[in-house]
Design a protein around this ligand. Sequence first.
Ligand code: ATP
Length: 325
Amino acid sequence: MADAIVAEGLIKTYGDVKALDGIDLQVPEGTVTALLGPNGAGKTTMVRVLTTLIVPDAGSARVAGFDVVNDARALRSHIGASGQYAAVDEYLTGFENLEMVGRLYHLGVKHSRDRARELLAQFDLEEAGDRPVKGYSGGMRRRLDLAGALVAEPPVLFLDEPTTGLDPRARLGLWEVIDTLVARGTTLLLTTQYMDEAERLADDIAVIDRGKVIARGNADELKSLVGGERIEIGVPDSRDQQVACRELASVASGEIQLDSGTGKLTVPLSGAGGGAGAEALVAALGKLAVAGVRVTDVALRKPTLDDVFLTLTGHEAEKTEEAAQ
Ligand code: ATP
């Protein structure tokens, strides 16, 4: 499979800040890659270079076979991009916004109108399509912005934090729309701060910190770096704690940790995912109930972006933002 996006040694510096510090990236055609990282990691800068909005200081990149610097003009008609802040005209209707994009791409009047109607239907904006965008919700704006990126049916699509700031329902809706696009063979590079979003949408995840790719792999591979899911159980009585450690040894994938101050037991599980953690939790509680252990608190913790960061870099994601600033 050919690569739709290839970047080699990209560097972009702003004053003292290395927004990109020698990034390599390959995205095979028809696949989805997520750039996962906290605020200030360099995700937006990467997307801006790949979509020809800024020129890198060093390194090179090709998208859909075009060099992002030397073939920038030709490349633009082969890509679509949708940003963190929906780039739509407030005073035009949804339909007019999409029609305008079609005209900018020289699709012609009729084709632009047909395409606008088609996309409004696809993005569940048919009814809202004839109203001015200023009355739209955040989710509707994002959908319209994404629809705008698809007017010219680009084979390669860039989505910069597509769901940041959306409520959970709008987020799910957008994920479904993205699924449909990917099923049609679009190559997608998206950026996100959320591990669950990267896991849900991407075949491959590149974790970015301070302008560098610090880890790559699918969600399970990244989580296994952190050690997978874990069960946390509050057991106040010290004798019960000893019993619980013995009883749960068969459920744990490694050593059970006991915080004697808080009475919290942390039971590591292997990084299988797919409901295995919930099953292990039920089994663990069953064993404790039979053994008569009193439990005051229980949780199944999945690895978060913070856990991945802490493991890979020794610092938390939030600290990175401060450091970058
Ligand atoms: P966010 O989620 O906040 O957009 P990000 O991972 O996309 O974060 P970038 O926007 O790429 O991060 O920024 C990377 C670093 O480069 C940050 O430290 C940022 O302050 C800096 N930076 C980005 N653009 C500029 C600019 N035009 N001028 C100066 N500094 C910039």
